[in-house]
Design a protein around this ligand. Structure first.
Ligand code: NAI
Ligand code: MG
Length: 350
């Protein structure tokens, strides 16, 4: 029997609520499957810890995480800590420290869910987000604070290595999908250095994947295409910032942020990868027991796939889809079910 060591980091807000639900479902799945088991270790890294002790990740914390097979992450962000402090204190050090450069975000309208688009059934996408550099490289500065000459900059860094590996990852993933179609999202009309290189390297990599059909779209036009012509999209690859925005749009079009999953992958497996729902701490519903756990279950399914348990991953998604189809929905989907009701229903379906 295989044993998987999973680091569980609930974080802030509804993060711990959905991660608890995810752990429960994964344990039930392992029991039903019989071929593998999980050992979860919980890390209390959160904004509360930061307020109490001055750090999110304690000294040596990242080193400790390295030993795990995967990281199961909730959300980070608190009303008591500026967002740039919390994000750079917990989530980004893991993504960047473990070179999780490929962020993968599948989008579908699950059975029984009503998205805002009349043709929502046409949505079957994977958004691939460059996750290690670009606009979020952290390069920049701020000087002359408070003076009229105060200045601030954020520099988007694009490297040949960084751009080539994400495009290659996108082509590889597109190859595995039935439609084998990839859209390059860009802004090379206005940003004439980094984005032009982003496009050029894409065209070079494309030559190695003649089986993949591709096209190119400016990021602003991509938003309208997602809404008006969803059937023309299969896989898209975009920069850190562009895909951040497009994937929230994708999540909304799929019915709710409470459904959308994401994987932060280190494809070479030199470091553990991290799996998390797309949504944040959701202050407005924290502690009410109504957070939709579906995003976290879908995330768990992606984690299983990464661990090599494709059959169990599919089984979990089937159970989740049976539950969404049956109408056991949390309030974000227009229902009255609690987190616990959805969790119990998925376990029963398993
Ligand atoms: P958010 O995702 O926390 O909430 C946006 C809206 O979606 C809220 O109305 C919320 O109730 C709803 N929502 C989100 N997840 C839901 C779920 N599972 N079930 C039902 N409804 C759900 O985004 P917001 O408000 O922009 O950010 C709140 C905090 O979370 C901020 O501090 C932000 O920095 C942080 N954040 C963290 C992320 C992460 O850890 N990866 C991602 C996004 C935001
Ligand atoms: Mg986002």
């Amino acid at each position: 029997m295989k044993n998987y060591n999973i680091a569980a980091i609930g974080g802030d807000g509804i993060g711990p609520e959905v991660i608890e639900a995810g752990v429960e479902v994964l344990d039930a799945l392992a029991k039903a499957d019989g071929g593998f088991a999980f050992r979860f270790e919980s890390f209390p890294w959160s904004s509360q810890l930061y307020l109490d002790q001055g750090h999110y990740i304690p000294p040596g914390g990242l080193e400790q995480l390295k030993a795990f097979d995967a990281i199961f992450f909730g959300a980070v962000g608190s009303q008591k800590v500026p967002d740039h402090v919390s994000l750079w204190g917990l989530r980004l050090p893991i993504c960047q420290g473990f070179d999780q450069y490929a962020n993968v975000r599948p989008t579908r309208v699950l059975p029984g869910v009503k998205g805002p688009l009349a043709n929502g059934k046409d949505i079957d996408w994977v958004v691939i987000r460059e996750n290690s550099e670009g606009e979020y490289s952290g390069v920049g500065g701020r000087v002359h604070r408070g003076l009229p000459i105060e200045a601030a900059s954020d520099v988007a860094i694009f490297t040949r290595t960084g751009v080539e590996r994400i495009h290659r990852f996108a082509f590889e993933l597109a190859m595995k999908r039935p439609r084998k179609h990839l859209t390059l999202v860009t802004k090379s009309n206005a940003q004439r250095h980094g984005m032009v290189m982003w496009d050029e390297i894409f065209f070079e990599v494309a030559k190695d994947y003649p089986a993949v059909k591709w096209d190119r779209e400016l990021v602003d036009a991509m938003t309208t295409r997602m809404v008006l012509k969803p059937a023309t999209i299969d896989v898209m690859v975009a920069t850190n910032l562009h895909a951040d925005i497009l994937s929230d749009l994708a999540a909304a079009l799929s019915g709710s942020l409470g459904i959308a999953p994401t994987a932060n992958l280190n494809p070479e497996r030199r470091f553990p990868s991290m799996f998390e729902p797309i949504h944040g701490s959701a202050f407005d519903i924290t502690g009410k027991g109504v957070a939709n756990p579906v995003a976290t279950f879908w995330t768990a399914s992606m984690m299983l796939e990464h661990l090599g348990e494709a059959k169990a991953a599919a089984r979990l998604m089937k159970a989740v889809e049976r539950v969404t189809a049956s109408g056991v929905h949390t309030p974000d989907l227009g229902g009255t079910a609690k987190t616990k009701d959805v969790t119990r229903a998925v376990i029963a379906a398993l």
